[in-house]
Design a protein around this ligand. Sequence first.
Ligand code: ADP
Ligand code: MG
Ligand code: MG
Length: 474
Amino acid sequence: MASPLEDILANEALLKDLVSVAKDAALLQGVLMRTKEEPNASEVVSYAPFTMFPSPVPRPLFEQAKQVQRDFNLLVDRISQDTEFLEQALASTIKVDDFTAQLFKIYRQVLQEGLSQPIVLGLNRSDYMLDYGKDGNTSLKQVEINTIAAGFGGLASWTPTVHRHILKVADKSDEGFRIPDNNPTKGLADGIAKAWEMYDSKSAVVMFLVEDFQMNIYDHRFVENELWSRNIHVIRRTFDEVCERGSLGLDKRLFIDGLEVAVVYYRNGYMPQNYTEQRWEARLLMERSRAVKCPDISTHLAGTKKVQQELARPGVLERFFPDDQEAVVRIRATFTGLYTLDMGEEGDRTVAMAIADPDQFVLKPQREGGGNNIYGEDMCKVLHNVKESSERTAYILMDKIRPQPVMNILLRRGAPLTPSTCLSELGMYGVYVRQGKEMVLNDCVGHLLRTKSTEHDDGGVTAGVAVLDNPLLC
Ligand code: ADP
Ligand code: MG
Ligand code: MG
């Protein structure tokens, strides 16, 4: 697709000036990351990787993604309450995928014990790519929905200012008006604050459950500081700290270091590597507790790729929206082809279809965090190896979405300053709070555009592939 900024990309002298303007603007706005070398110190920091210019996104598709977000919030929340569906959808997966099986085991334990907290807080991000069809039309297609640790809402609140400044210096101020305002920080904090308020204990705290290596801490800090500004006490703790010092008190209240925890906000815990046997115990402790969990274990499971694939079956969305055909239509419009690899004829057909034309598909395991999907020749190899065994049910198959490439420059510490052909992925942040049967909050609170070079099939910002970007609505 032609970028309205193409003339700048050809102007080498201007680009050279703009690079330091861009990096300094990011630093001044707090679009920051710690370095790989010193992930746990704030002595030396750098700008978070970002594009030099915003990338074109058709306004109607941007609006469509915004509008369907409240439907997706309801969908995820309803799935999380449907034990029969989760059991069925994940039955084959948990037989072969240990990670999902562990999550499911905790889910069953919590169910058996009975819910200790009727308040549910969801902070998710539904991600899309804009598929450029053979007919020349572009359509919004969902890549996945992240129901745990969906990041970058903090940093994305400040990137519009950075891009607008760059455009101004490049004598393109007018283009800056096409970058939409964005403030997921506020919306995410609104959700957490609401859940904290409803927990109804002034002295209780919000706990961010964080990684051992905290490169992306500033993204969290924006949300933390927003909560502090509302006089909500926030603490950060790792799994190991919860293992060592976390406990349940009266009425299963969760305590750590003498503080009662009202809300646990997981920014960790979505990958097998995040866990040890002890840490699984800590996850169970938190799930059993009276604290509001974001997400709770059932909502975590509702975000698996297997569930996504089951939702694409005829009639399944109707189960969750029996009285709202319009919501079904809005959601379904964003689905691309998703195929089961369960044992049986249907799964056999999926295998044959993928092997016959691997470039049309993506093979996905039940993993998060980028870099796990399998493409092309590798896909054929994996499918050949697992096609006769139930191991294949650990994966799902998905149509490859093909956005139109756009030229941009990716600014990343140590990377050369060369324009590259890029693809973008648009995310929308969803926030909801439910108490028992009543939805008390359901909103779309902002967006995230991430862009990567076409050299890479896969990978997010944390994986070092994609970088932060902004839509330039057109
Ligand atoms: P994760 O949970 O690891 O982020 P995703 O489903 O988002 O898993 O896949 C990771 C990346 O792979 C995406 O950010 C996107 O770049 C690419 N990808 C995933 N699904 C598709 C698809 N159907 N078509 C094209 N690219 C895809
Ligand atoms: Mg994901
Ligand atoms: Mg993703």
